[in-house]
Write a protein that binds this ligand. Structure first.
Ligand SMILES: *[C@@H]1O[C@H](CO)[C@@H](O)[C@H](O)[C@H]1NC(C)=O
Ligand SMILES: *[C@@H]1O[C@H](CO)[C@@H](O)[C@H](O)[C@H]1NC(C)=O
Length: 390
């Protein structure tokens, strides 16, 4: 059983093709390595003895998770037990209209006003962005390096998507945001193995304060790449929800897979708080950069048509265009092509900019260049940007 679990966890690392209509085994922001292989020795857990106030995603104080209650010396005084909102309410609140897909003009500013009025708070609106905290040689970035990276882009985007909990990334990114930025987070449970452990790492990284967390994702393209069955990701979502609930989080929890996998298996979305898909026009050989937005509009409509709840919110958790690599038919990497594609994508989401996460903050030099992904894997950094932190 242990071995089987290990195999399931390892499969996605090898990018198994799933025979989807448009070839799609892009690794996205997914670390090709993960906790069980590299991360654990680097992780320093914050002390659990510290007095920690647990706060749910709405900023309401909650009791500490089971197993993390303070020692008996605290006199057993329970913090006010605020009832967390039922998932249904959260779902309803977020089930806004699906991505509105009119080809409007691209948003001129990514930063939108904070709800409180006054000057916009950095990081409160606009498109989401993906970020991975690895050095070009594949090591974990330090707190200082992560803070430097976050300072580079946080003010220009809304929610920041992380893929896993390795390299102390939840803690480092939370600290980097601190009081300077109001960005929300989309956190990732990357492995279906040890879900409870990953949730615990999240809670510790957040110091029990979930108010910044917009969503927690489970897996990344596992059904598409053959790493897990639909039944397995659905079961993992349930397990994650329970673990998150006992850690104080009852907000959005979603499975992330490719749009092709979701169209073939709409159940992935039906059980998620909203429908979360990675969607890369570059992997369609018939789509040129300037058509990237139109491609997405078409695919969003296809997704909508298979969903049980036709009004379910659809969020593209990863999309972008490489600026270097070999061509995939009409999909040609390049500097001007990347610019054209990003403009087209932002245009397609102009009326709902928070429903798309742009991939990615920096070039992923830690990734391997491979023919199957058009030798472009390292070069999806927007504006050809390398992290100054290395
Ligand atoms: C929780 O984090 C938010 C920032 O996301 C902060 O404004 C708030 O003060 C924190 N609450 C506690 C109790 O630390
Ligand atoms: C691309 O377009 C051609 C011509 O319209 C069509 O025959 C082909 O099936 C398309 N390929 C894909 C992958 O959509």
């Amino acid at each position: 059983m242990k071995l089987l679990t290990a195999i399931i966890a390892l499969l996605p690392l090898f990018g198994l093709a799933a025979g989807q209509p448009s070839r799609y085994n892009h690794q996205g922001g997914s670390p090709k390595r993960h906790d069980s292989l590299f991360g654990s020795k680097r992780r320093h857990m914050p002390s659990q003895e510290r007095a920690v106030v647990y706060v749910n995603q709405d900023g309401v104080e909650i009791p500490p998770p089971v197993g993390q209650q303070p020692p008996a010396s605290s006199g057993g005084q329970a913090p006010p037990a605020a009832a967390p909102p039922p998932n249904a309410a959260v779902d309803a609140a977020t089930a806004a209209s699906p991505a509105n897909v009119q080809a409007a003009a691209p948003a001129t500013s990514q930063i939108q006003g904070a709800s409180g009025g006054g000057w916009p708070q950095p990081g409160t609106g606009g498109n989401g962005i993906t970020y991975s905290p690895y050095t070009s040689s594949g090591g974990c970035k330090t707190q200082d390096q992560v803070s430097d990276d976050i300072g580079d882009f946080a003010a220009s985007y809304g929610t920041i998507r992380l893929y896993g909990v390795d390299c102390d990334q939840v803690e480092f990114v939370s600290k980097a945001l601190g009081k300077n930025y109001n960005n929300k987070l989309l956190l990732g449970i990357f492995n279906l193995k040890d879900i409870a452990g990953q949730v615990q790492t999240m809670a510790q990284g957040l110091k029990g304060n979930w108010s910044r967390v917009d969503t927690v994702s489970v897996g990344n393209e596992l059904v598409n790449n053959g790493g897990a069955s639909v039944g397995q990701v659905v079961a993992a979502l349930k397990e994650a929800k329970e673990a998150l609930k006992s850690a104080g989080y009852t907000g959005n929890v979603v499975i992330v897979d490719t749009f092709n996998a979701v169209i073939a298996n709409p159940q992935i979305c039906d059980v998620s708080s909203y429908c979360a898909v990675n969607m890369h026009p570059f992997f369609d050989p018939n789509t040129s950069a300037d058509q990237a937005g139109a491609f997405m509009t078409t695919q969003l409509a296809r997704i909508k048509s298979v969903l049980k709840d036709k009004s379910q919110r659809i969020v593209v958790t990863e999309t972008g265009w490489p600026w270097k690599g070999s061509s995939n038919g009409r999909a040609v990497p390049g500097v001007s092509q990347q610019e054209a594609a990003l403009t087209a994508i932002k245009g397609a989401f102009a009326s709902s900019p928070t429903n798309v996460f742009l991939f990615t903050a920096f070039n992923d030099l830690w990734k391997k260049s491979e023919k199957s992904t058009f030798y472009a894997e390292q070069f999806w950094g927007m504006g050809q940007r390398n992290s100054r932190a290395g």
